[in-house]
Ligand binder design. Structure first.
Ligand SMILES: C[S@@+](CC[C@H](N)C(=O)[O-])C[C@H]1O[C@@H](n2cnc3c(N)ncnc32)[C@H](O)[C@@H]1O
Length: 204
């Protein structure tokens, strides 16, 4: 799958060196405000049923899942082993560069929910990743792409450094629609006086 009708230059980035170098050092930091994280965790209370198998894509040391929520499996995929092994919510993790290999290393229909938080702007082959995410979900399973306005400017694709928020949200809706997701919806859960929280959800 390709980025179809989208201009190639939307997917270019200033730093096109392998991501391995950029993510070599662990970043054990919050990438969005505490109030924004709390709003995301609150959203997950209704988005993720108890007992679910969950995949956290582009994961780090923190997955923002409600601590009281009992889950069967929480798999994390990201770029830095130290970040992932520090994450107390993951039951398993792996390092994979989705920009060199966008095919997820999971069997079809493995997960009930997929989360991807404040990282979609770093994917240069987003439609391939979203198509693989669709396959990894059970029929009726759901994905939530959480976005805000902070980013690593050299690693984000041009579409996210140059387009206004509504266009970026529309683009992510397009990613999900193109991958076959149904009922693609935008939800604004931005708290007051904190980083925004823009959610795009879709159903497999
Ligand atoms: C801004 S951090 C967000 C981390 C975490 N999702 C959170 O909510 O705090 C960006 C994350 O994207 C992951 N990432 C960036 N490029 C990636 C790639 N090419 N393949 C897989 N993961 C990647 C990094 O490992 C990093 O953890």
């Amino acid at each position: 799958m390709d980025t179809l009708d989208l201009p190639d230059n939307w997917f270019e980035r200033v730093d096109n060196a392998p991501d391995e170098a950029f993510y070599q050092e662990p970043r054990l930091v919050q990438h969005i405000d505490t109030a924004t994280i709390e709003a995301l965790t609150e959203f997950y209370r209704s988005f993720i049923p108890p007992g679910s198998n969950v995949l956290d894509l582009m994961s780090s040391w923190i997955s923002h899942l409600p601590t009281q929520l009992s889950l069967a499996r929480v798999a994390g995929l990201g770029m830095n082993a130290v970040e992932l092994e520090t994450n107390p919510q993951l039951t398993e993790w792996c390092v994979q560069d989705l920009n060199t290999d966008p095919q997820l290393p999971y069997s079809a229909h493995s997960f009930d929910r997929i989360t991807l938080t404040v990282s979609i702007q770093y994917l240069i082959k987003p439609l391939e990743v979203m198509a693989s995410a669709y396959q990894a979900l059970t029929p009726g399973g759901q994905i939530c792409i959480a976005m805000s306005h902070r980013l690593f400017p050299t690693k984000a694709i041009a579409a996210f450094t140059q387009m206004p928020p509504q266009d970026r949200i529309n683009l992510v809706c397009h990613y999900l629609n193109s991958a076959g997701f149904q009922d693609v919806d935008f939800i604004d859960r931005s708290p007051q006086n904190a980083d925004p929280l823009w959610l795009v959800v879709g159903t497999a």
